[in-house]
Design a protein around this ligand. Sequence first.
Ligand SMILES: [Zn+2]
Length: 97
Amino acid sequence: MLRLECPNCGVRNTSEFRYGGEQNPRPTPSTEVADADWIRYLYERRNVMGVQIEWWYHRAGCGIWFLVERDRRSNIVARTWRWQPDGAAAAEGSHSP
Ligand SMILES: [Zn+2]
């Protein structure tokens, strides 16, 4: 069973979490964003078969959304961290399955 380390609560079973999809950074708000960039943001996913950064929500715990770097082939989680606007990692965890 896959276990994740919540940046607040520590390692828990995935039954406590909700998968939120791959990280898909929003284009910088501007009237100059091309339609193709918005379409890519809203509808297109990379669906990587390998290492991917994805959103997870700790629904049965502290209620935060956080990021997970996971290899989708092996389910090995390299690290988890709380999202920050500037990209800095405030709390980071890592574990082996
Ligand atoms: Zn938590």
